[in-house]
Write a protein that binds this ligand. Structure first.
Ligand code: UDX
Ligand code: UDX
Length: 449
């Protein structure tokens, strides 16, 4: 099948950058990214310096392709109708109610999109799961499409999970370690796989494009994220032991990582991992294991999350303990709100959890992040914290727009995202807490060890 039109449903952190790169590399294909969120689409179509997502290099890519063969629109049905290939990149949050609440993935958006595709499609479509989904979701998607789709229209379902990390998305998309494509073993299935391979091959070396069956592809995404997060929880658990002994966690990471069988990446101790994927995907994996009666396996992976919760709690508690349990009247600078550097995304950010604990212990807080707006900080607080009225909080929480307006005459500073601009701040009169589990009162410098 010759692909002339691609549609992507979901203009978020995954859909936006991924489609921008596909459009850049395939100028002969028209790529339309659609979303129900009118404001988000307006921002994608607005000034290049105000795109809804901050990613280094993204603006340049969008600037080149937008209006040429990359389009952002809210006309979902129209884009589905004209596309031969449809990516689904909608969010799949953890279920908050019903069976599997708190663990299983909430597939309502994926299901809604699938039903929409079935309703609109009048010609054959290749439907691609881009969102991370539980194993065997493709089966469900297929069932809906075949039951509700027009007769005579053939749907082929592929799994093509995204491995980009926020903050490095564009580089990850340009030079992927691998592109994974799962498809049906039937002739039509393999044809669809090849059609997608033909797109990636425009810039990804052939040997890095891995084709598998659909289930392996779906599970590989969950397992990859679980293995990455497991390394962080392993090192973070050891940071607790380092603090009790005279060992230094950074020296430990270096020594461990120099073993080529282990490698140096993802061994950096932190306040805990955040982001929209790790926790959600691991909980999803745990749920799957339980569903199949594999309780020991479920417990093994669940421990990765439990250590992460422990690390966040331990960090906040360390600050509270420093002030003998009473933060009333104490002013704390919260530096960094994004879940990691080089992104404006704060979903599941450890900063949200730490700030809540400090606030509950009585602290007055000055919050600053170079990329997260005041509105986003308060929207996170109202979403994640157990508080009734945001209005009541504002007397003890201020969010700064710039580092220059930030009052550094605080009782303590907590560095929660490793932005470069925090590296050379002069905290000579303040106690600084950071992800290394170090309490420092001298001039602060990240990476000092
Ligand atoms: C990603 C991935 O797709 C998922 O696999 C991963 O595990 C976490 O999130 P992401 O791009 O980060 O999604 O999410 P988000 O930024 O929330 O974008 C999803 C977009 O889909 C939103 O803009 C939302 O408005 C849109 N959407 C959702 C639709 O257009 N239609 C829907 O029915 C539901
Ligand atoms: C992750 C996966 O890396 C990516 O492949 C997948 O597609 C989506 O989920 P992302 O969540 O965007 O990407 O960022 P990542 O770089 O993995 O960082 C996740 C969290 O782990 C961040 O909070 C980060 O600060 C933390 N982290 C990372 C550590 O605490 N220590 C480390 O050594 C590395």
């Amino acid at each position: 099948m010759q692909i002339k039109n691609i549609c992507c449903i979901g203009a978020g952190y995954v859909g936006g950058p991924t489609m921008a790169v596909i459009a850049l590399k395939c100028p002969d294909i028209k790529v339309t990214v659609v979303d129900l969120n009118i404001d988000r689409i307006a921002a994608w179509n607005g000034p290049i310096e105000n795109l809804p997502i901050y990613e280094p290099g993204l603006a340049q890519v969008v600037n080149k392709a937008r209006g040429r063969n990359l389009f952002f629109s809210t006309e979902v049905d129209k884009a589905i109708d004209s596309a031969e290939m449809i990516f689904m990149a909608v969010n799949t949050p953890t279920k908050t109610e019903g069976e599997g609440a708190g663990m299983a993935a909430d597939l309502r958006y994926v299901e809604a999109c699938t039903k929409n595709i079935a309703r609109v499609a009048k010609t054959d479509k290749i439907v691609i799961e881009k969102s991370t989904l539980p194993v065997r979701t493709a089966e469900k998607i297929k069932e809906i499409l075949n039951k509700q789709g027009s007769s005579g229209v053939h749907f082929e379902i592929l799994s093509n999970p995204e491995f980009l990390a926020e903050g490095t998305a564009i580089q990850d998309l340009f030079k992927s370690d691998r592109v994974l494509i799962g498809g049906d073993s039937s002739e039509k299935g393999q044809k669809a796989v090849q059609t997608l391979v033909n797109i990636y091959i425009k810039w990804i070396p052939k040997e890095k494009i891995l084709t598998t069956n659909v289930w392996s592809s779906e599970l590989s995404k969950l397992a990859s994220n679980a293995m990455l997060a497991q390394r962080i929880s392993s090192i973070n658990s050891l940071s607790a032991l380092c603090e009790k002994t005279r060992a230094d966690i950074e020296e430990l990471s270096k020594a461990i990582g120099m073993d080529h069988r282990i490698g140096p990446h993802f061994l950096k101790t932190s306040v805990g991992f955040g982001g929209s994927c790790f926790q959600k995907d691991i909980l999803n994996l745990v749920y799957l294991c339980k569903f199949y009666g594999l309780h020991e396996v479920a417990e093994y992976w669940h421990q990765v999350i439990k250590i992460n919760d422990y690390q966040k709690k331990r960090f906040a508690q360390k600050i509270i303990d420093h002030f003998s349990g009473d933060l009333n009247g104490k002013k704390i600078a919260i530096l960094g709100w994004a879940f990691k550097v080089n992104t404006n995304d704060s979903r599941e950010s450890p900063a949200i959890y730490v700030a809540e604990k400090l606030f509950k212990a009585g602290a007055i807080m000055e919050i600053y992040d170079p990329m997260v707006s005041k509105e986003s900080v308060f929207s996170d607080i109202s979403f994640y914290w157990e508080v009734s009225k945001i209005k009541d909080l504002k007397s003890r929480i201020s969010v700064n727009d710039s580092l220059t307006t930030l009052d550094l005459s605080v009782d303590a500073a907590a560095i929660l995202t490793e932005w470069d601009e925090f590296k050379n701040l002069d905290f000579s009169k303040t106690i600084v807490f950071d992800g290394r589990g170090v309490v420092s009162s001298s001039k602060y410098s990240i990476g000092k060890g």
